[in-house]
Write a protein that binds this ligand. Sequence first.
Ligand code: PMP
Length: 391
Amino acid sequence: MPKPYDWLQQSLETIHRADWYRAVKTIHGLSGATVILDGQEVINFASNDYLGLAGDERLIEAAVAATKEFGTGSTGSRLLSGHRELHRELEQAIANLKQAEDALVFSSGYLANLGAIAALVGKRDLILSDLYNHSSLKNGAILSGATVIEYPHCDVTQLHTFLGEHRKNYRRCLILTDTVFSMDGDLCPLPQLLDLADEFSCMLLVDEAHATGVMGETGAGCVEYFGCSGRELIQIGTLSKALGSLGGYVAGSAKLIDFLRNRAPSWIYTTGLSPADTAAALAAVNIVQQEPQRRTQLWNQINYLKQLLQQQSLKLNLLPSESPILCLQLVSATAALQAGEQLKASGIFAPAIRPPTVPTSRIRISLMATHQATHIEKLVAVLQSLSIWEC
Ligand code: PMP
């Protein structure tokens, strides 16, 4: 008989051989447009803190004040001892930002997706899911027990065909999509998806994790950006990216939120979000609404980087992007790792993203409102100096 844990070593060796092995990187000090990584100052193009709020004094002060007033933990699940007025204030602020009737705050975006999807559909139902969706949508779909069909990335024609073939065989149908795709930077075709949802009587759940605070005039996300505010759909998001805190949420109709409070296991059976995270997120939602100039700055940086990349002479394989996420595709995981290492050696922190997270390896660059023009110029100069793009 083999020893029961021996397979772990073999699996790790397989991961290493494929150059898929991952390990944490330690950042020291406050996270911002530059960070200290392994003792070296680098320009940070690896963060989801798009508006630069994670190190903002106002969020820090709100977190400290809430900790002093309410303590470090929520002490229980929201339905038992874990609910504070602060949670409700945050939910109302999110509902207001999202132009939705109500919202429900979860302990992470991942848990929001797992809980909402598992509550909305079951064995008799159908899920249609974009092939490039985030892991939390994919695993929520599996957890729900529904039949899952993945449609090719952003392909509404194929989605229409699948709906025509399969919708009639199921009780409920749920379409799942990221709005900004986290490892590509492109956008889902939201208006067409809403039309298909109407035509085939489907629910539509959109993950606005990378869109909230970034897309749309008031930072409400892609739903606002595409002019779809007010149409019935389910919006999920995280408090941990442009909002600089931790936690997740679902926003939608009052009935939906009431139902989730009674049926979403990853909300009912987990401890309420900590007072510090809740207060920091609430401060961030207010800043998103009161300081549109942060979004303007972010979009200036995005446009500047795109302009410089277009001017350079190298043949960089830039994936289509309409967001602060720009990805440079490479031929292999090994090449992506080498590019990441070479960038780091030159003072640029932009990580290699490899399978199984994505189908093809790449360097992922994410921009922040707090980057300076000089940071972007240095990034482009370093990219140009690397030999890796030629292989
Ligand atoms: N959805 C998407 C699209 C994400 O990128 C992420 C985080 N990587 C999540 C959900 C999960 O959010 P959280 O980090 O709050 O769990």
